[in-house]
Each structure stands twice: as C-alpha cells, then as structure tokens.
Design a protein around this ligand. Structure first.
Ligand code: DUC
Ligand code: ZN
Ligand code: ZN
Length: 459
C-alpha cells in the first residue's frame, strides 16, 4: 500500500520539522516538503498534528501464567491496546518454566504470539532455571533473533535466580553480545517480610508496599551493578521506582559503568496512597515493585530529564479486579501482581510529561520509542522517522481532551489503573508498516499480521 502523509509536524528524538512522508512497500521511501501524490497513492492529511515514530514498549507481559492465573491480555487484545495508544512494537517476556529448555519456552511463546499479534513483537528470554544445558542453548537462542534476556532477583520459589546464576548469565550475555534485563528486588527479604506480615494478621493490600520496601530494591540494584561491573558488561534494570535504586544507577554511570535504567509510567504518576483505598481497591495497584512515595516520583522525573533513565515502559500485566485480584482478599501475597497500562503510556507521558514541561517532545519520542529501539537492536528500522525505516507512525492530534476509563479501553480487564485521569491529545491514526491499525477510536488489522522484530546483537 503506497501512501503519503502530508502537512504533519514530524518529531524524532533529534528533530522537529514540517515535511511530508511517502510510504512504499511498508517502508518510508521519501521525506521532503511539498511532496506531490503519485498515481494510486492514498493521501493522509496530518495538518495541525504531530507525526511520531510508533511507540515501543519493551516491557509487557501478555498471556503470562503467573501467581495461579494468567495475565488477561493475550497477544491480540494486548497488541490492539498498544496500537490504540500509539505503540507499534512490544517486547514481551518468554518465561522459562522449571525443567523447560529455552527452545521449548520460545516455542510455547511463538504459538501464543504468532497467530494473534497485531503489531510487531519480540520476547526477552526469561531464564528461571539455569544450568549447564541452558547455558549451551544461549548462543542458539541469540542466533534465532532473541538478543535480550531477563532475570528476576525476586519471586522466591518461582521466577527468582540466585546470585551465582545471575553472575553466570551476565557472563554469557557478554560472551554472546546480548543484553540482560533484570528485575531488582531482594527476593529473600521480600519472602521474609511477607511471612512476618501474614503471621501478624496484616493481610490487606496496604502491606504489599511495606513487604517490598524501596531499600531492598536499591540493595538488589546495587548488587546487580556490582556483578556487571566485575564482569565488565552492561545490564538493563527494568521498572526502577525509587531514589534508592536510581541513585545507584546515577553513581554507577558517573563512575563510567555502562548500565541502563527503565521506569514505568505508573511510578512517575502514582504514589503509595493508592494502597489505602477502601473496599480492597488497593489491590488494583498491587504490582512489583510497588508504587512508591511522592518524593520518588520527583526523583524519577528529574532522572528522566537529566538523561539517567533511558526508557519509559509499562510492565503491562493485567488481572481483573473481580475474581483475579480477589484471590488475595485474605492475603495480599496472593494478589496477582500487575495492572493494565499499555494503551495509556504515551498519552499519560505526553500530558503529564510534555505539557507540564518536564520533558520536551523530542525526549518524549526518545523515552517512548527511540531508546528502546537502540538498546534492543531494532534501530533505525524502528524507533525513528527516516528513509528506509518501517512506516510505523502515529498521527497525534494534540488538542482533544478526554478521560481514561475502563468503559472504553481496549484492555481485556475490568478496571483501568488510571480511571478518571484527564489526558490531552489523542492518536488520530496509527500505522504499522504502512497499514492503518487504529483510526478515530477504532482498531483495525488482522490478528497475526504482527511479525517477529528483527533484532541486532547488543554491541
Ligand atoms: N511485576 C508485576 O507486577 N507483574 C509482572 C511481573 C513483575 O515483575
Ligand atoms: Zn518485574
Ligand atoms: Zn515485568
């Protein structure tokens, strides 16, 4: 499908300029002022609108078996929600079960994703059961296109790896040029604190953040950085929430260590008063790490502004409030961790980041798309607007004001994390490889049209 986007203001991580964009065979073929339509070309008018590179959310959990249930969005509803929010690529996590090989793990995730995805996708390979056999599989996994891995330092008895496994996995990522993403919380101490609270009959959602204090996130982050420093290889810390962890990122980088940090939109905008909500509603906000204090939000915004944090993602992992979150009615440790967010990430970052002048439009694009493309081996095919890039583009009308609600979101979830929040600006039209997948509030595109992202090794 050949198309021409006219009259838009193009925003990339580096530039802001007025130009037209020609799309041929799924790619951007020309960018220039006043391009004339060719025969058979469809013209899209982006007058008074921004044209952004499609968003990239490198941290979503779709169709993920977790805590006795499965995350509510599969690759169809999850990628449709992403598209509705201007995101045209996601990286999910293929999570190894105990005893499984990585090949088996990736095959299970391939079957979940390929028939359903509406946008392009990949997986970080989450290693939960490391041994010599798994170590031997790593080069093959990388050769097959999976250039990033994941370790959990929390979820003891389930997903958690110990320090020696973590050490060995960083060593392998160095040997084979991949990037390890790490969930940093001290899982031993979390398990201990959880046990103490439950023994003391402290069972409600408000004990969730108390069982996972910022200091144990900071401790695990520092430990991960020390191992990476010894091994002289970068790591990428997912969902950083607080001063205790981000201050360690800043000092590691100041000493010349190449390490990367991501935060999520919810940690920038919410504070831990959400856990005090009546009628068990605090459970809607149970995720790990938990929502922190107002002072941590301020710290995260300044770390974003100063360039210490590289990515704003979501950790999208929805569970219905009814029946699913309610599994933990009498014990907060049994509340499935996670929330529906992927659709609202960029609208929230624009409204509460750009319009409040905490970040500018170029930094918005960098945090929401470009840096993830660079770190996870997709740039410049994804993450920017240039000749030769995939035509993953969103046309954003900065004017309309609307209110986030579960009544009209695309998430397959009975509540919205940001219910009632006002946002400004809407994605008028979203293109994935030149094809409209979202327009004027309606989603298009056949399930299965999304392709595996082609990724380069981490250098
Ligand atoms: N945290 C969550 O809240 N959900 C999914 C996994 C994670 O680390
Ligand atoms: Zn995590
Ligand atoms: Zn996660």
């Amino acid at each position: 499908m050949n198309r021409l986007i006219k009259n838009g203001t193009i925003i990339t991580a580096n530039d802001t300029f007025h130009a037209d964009i020609r799309i041929q065979n799924e790619k951007i073929s020309e960018i220039a002022a006043c391009l004339k339509p060719k025969t058979g070309e469809e013209v899209l008018d982006a007058k008074n609108n921004y044209v952004f590179p499609g968003g990239i959310d490198p941290h979503v959990h779709l169709d993920m078996p977790f805590m006795g249930t499965t995350s509510a969005d599969d690759f169809e509803s999850g990628t449709r929600s992403a598209a509705a929010g201007g995101t045209t690529s996601v990286i999910d996590f293929a999570i190894q079960e105990k005893g499984q090989t990585l090949k088996e793990t990736l095959e299970i995730w391939r079957k979940k994703a390929v028939p359903k995805a509406l946008i392009d996708f990949s997986h970080h390979v989450a290693i939960t059961d490391y041994n010599d056999y798994i170590e031997k599989e790593i080069p093959e996994v990388i050769k097959n296109g999976f250039k990033s891995f994941k370790c959990f330092m929390a979820y003891k008895g389930a997903l958690m790896v110990d320090d020696s496994q973590l050490f060995r996995i960083i060593e392998q990522t160095k040997k084979h040029k991949a990037l390890l993403t790490i969930h940093c919380e001290n899982g031993d101490i979390v398990a201990l604190l959880q046990k103490n609270f439950i023994a003391g009959d402290c069972t409600s959602p408000k004990y969730h953040p108390l069982s996972r204090p910022a200091i144990i996130e900071g401790e695990a982050t520092g430990r991960a950085f020390n191992l990476a420093r010894y091994l002289e290889w970068p790591v990428y810390i997912v969902h950083m929430t607080c001063e205790e962890s981000v201050s360690r990122l800043i000092s590691a980088r100041a000493k010349g260590q190449l390490v990367f940090g991501e935060t999520c939109i919810q940690y920038l905008l919410l504070d831990d008063s959400v856990y005090e909500k009546p009628n068990f509603e605090g459970a809607k906000f149970v995720m790990s790490p938990p929502i922190r204090k107002k002072k941590d939000q301020d710290y995260l915004w300044s770390a974003l502004k100063l360039g210490h944090l590289s990515v704003v993602s979501t950790d999208h992992c929805p569970f219905d409030f009814k029946k699913k979150k309610e599994m933990g009615k009498n014990n907060f440790c049994l509340i499935p961790n996670g929330a529906p967010i992927v659709q609202h990430r960029l609208n929230l970052l624009y409204t509460y980041g750009v319009l409040t002048k905490k970040i500018n439009l170029n930094r918005f694009v960098e945090l929401g798309s470009t840096n993830a493309a660079k770190l996870f081996g997709m740039y410049p095919t994804k993450g920017t607007i240039t000749v030769g890039s995939d035509a993953d583009l969103s046309i954003f009308n900065p004017k309309p004001e609307w209110t986030i609600s579960a009544k009209n979101h695309f998430h397959n979830c009975d509540y919205a994390l940001f219910e009632g929040w006002k946002v400004t600006g809407e994605f008028a039209e979203v293109l994935s490889r030149g094809e409209t997948i979202f327009k004027n509030g309606k989603a298009f595109g056949k399930p299965g049209r999304g392709k595996y992202l082609v990724r380069k090794s981490f250098e």
